[in-house]
Design a protein around this ligand. Structure first.
Ligand code: CTP
Length: 211
């Protein structure tokens, strides 16, 4: 049986990572893989560090979505893939990829997973984590300063210049492409349980098929 692909979209800081982890942690570990669309940011080795800091990372063109689509097709066909590794501090792709095996359930997470038609058409279940902008921005400020090596001024500048306008242009309108909109993200136990019970039956079916 081909893998079932779950897309989790939502604005920056909406809690997509938490939702993806909570779903994955409720399933047998050998049955599920998480892939971040973020890992597919283009490696702009042609630019200096200074120039890379000013890339619009919230525009769909900044991601190599065509490679992600290729990888999903390969995983569905049972092949393993080399998912790029990305460093948010240097804005560069790291030399060593992460090898990912095909599993019955594959979760694909990112702000723009419902934006691109080719990617969308590979998704069997489309989720959108809907979290208020004030909560998202506070989470982002903290995360970017603590984990991505940014200053408060840099986060503020990027937010006004790219994150907010691109969110309104691309991410928010993609919500209407979702099958399910999840308010409260990772705290929404009812929504998570519904998704998990569907996925458990997919994994059980694939085990029966393999026998
Ligand atoms: N981004 C960045 N620098 C880069 C590449 C991406 O600042 N070199 C930012 C983009 O501006 C984009 C964000 O990364 O807005 C996408 O990550 P985000 O959705 O915030 O993180 P996740 O952990 O995937 O999501 P969540 O907070 O919902 O769990």
């Amino acid at each position: 049986m081909s893998s079932m692909i779950i897309g989790i979209a939502g604005g920056s800081g909406s809690g997509k990572t938490t939702v993806a982890r909570k779903i994955a942690d409720s399933l047998p570990p050998e049955g599920v893989t998480i892939i971040e669309h973020d890992a597919y940011y283009r490696d702009r080795a042609d630019l200096t560090y200074e120039e890379r800091c000013h890339i619009n990372f919230d525009h769909p063109e900044s991601l190599e979505t065509e490679l992600l689509v290729e990888h999903i097709v390969a995983l569905k066909a049972g092949r393993r893939v080399a998912v790029p590794a990305y460093d948010f501090k240097t804005h560069r792709r790291l030399p060593e990829p992460r090898w990912v095996e095909s599993t019955p359930v594959v979760i694909v997470e990112g702000i723009m997973v419902l934006v691109d038609q080719r990617l969308r058409s590979e998704l069997d279940i489309k989720l959108f984590v809907d979290t208020d902008p004030d909560i998202r921005i506070f989470r982002r400020i903290r995360r970017d300063i603590e984990q991505r090596g940014r200053t408060f001024e840099a986060v503020r500048e990027q937010y006004y210049r790219h994150v907010r306008p691109m969110h309104l242009q691309f991410v928010e309108p993609s919500k209407r492409r979702a099958d399910l909109i999840i308010p409260e993200g990772g705290d929404n136990r009812v929504a998570l349980d519904l998704v998990v019970s569907k996925l458990r039956s997919v994994i059980e079916q694939s085990r029966r098929d393999a026998r």
